[in-house]
Design a protein around this ligand. Structure first.
Ligand code: CA
Length: 208
């Protein structure tokens, strides 16, 4: 999110060379809209923007989503604000910045959030009377196999791996459908309903 076209183009060049897909918008309101619509893996957000400034955008996005945010700032007092206001930004860079440095920061943050995602080993999970076996992609409810579609299984596994934690719809989309998914959080509701049905009669519940 940046209103200076040459900065966008420079960043785009470096990101695309590394295989990232870049979607650029030039003001704060468009940023909020794009954050909602495109479910991005990460936001790079300039402070000085038309309509809504980067602080406000950061605050509003953060109220709804835990998408990583890197803020760009040209002034020291902006930096003080980013830190002081605890806006929830994950990192910041001061302008003028080296685009390589920006790409490196983005990669570091994405690596961090991937580590927070589902574990790599394939051991079966036992939750009360439900067994989830990632290797066989099989779910047993009180010893009986239930049928789940691919994403329903992934959703259940993700929830089970994060048992007891609150996951936003956006976070679930990110973890289960992946960063590239373009769609609506309503998808989550539909899949949760199916998984709940499959778990009916077990001691495991998905709480909203
Ligand atoms: Ca700007």
């Amino acid at each position: 999110v940046e209103d200076e076209a040459h900065i966008i183009e420079l960043a785009r060049l470096y990101f695309e060379r590394e295989g990232f897909r870049v979607s650029a918008v030039g003001d704060g309101e468009a940023a909020l809209e794009a954050a909602r619509r495109e479910n991005p893996a990460l936001l790079v957000l300039d402070v000085m923007l038309p309509k809504l400034d980067g602080f406000e955008v950061c605050k509003r996005v953060r109220a709804k989503s835990d998408v990583p945010i890197i803020m760009l700032t040209a002034r020291d007092d902006d930096l003080d604000k980013i830190i002081g206001l605890e806006l929830g930004a994950d990192d910041y860079l001061t302008k003028p910045f080296n685009p390589r440095e920006l790409v490196a920061r983005v990669k570091a943050i994405l690596r961090r959030s991937e580590r927070a995602a589902p574990r790599a080993d394939n051991a079966a999970l036992h939750l009360n009377d439900v067994t989830i076996d990632p290797a066989a992609r099989e779910v047993l409810v009180r010893g009986k196999r239930v049928t789940l579609r691919t994403k329903e299984f992934d959703l259940l596994l993700t929830l089970a791996e994060n048992k007891g934690l609150v996951l936003t719809r956006e976070k679930l989309l990110e973890l289960v459908w992946g960063f590239d998914y373009v769609g609506q959080t309503r998808t989550i509701d539909v899949h949760v309903a199916h998984v709940r049905k499959a778990l009916a009669g077990s001691q495991v519940t998905i709480e909203t």
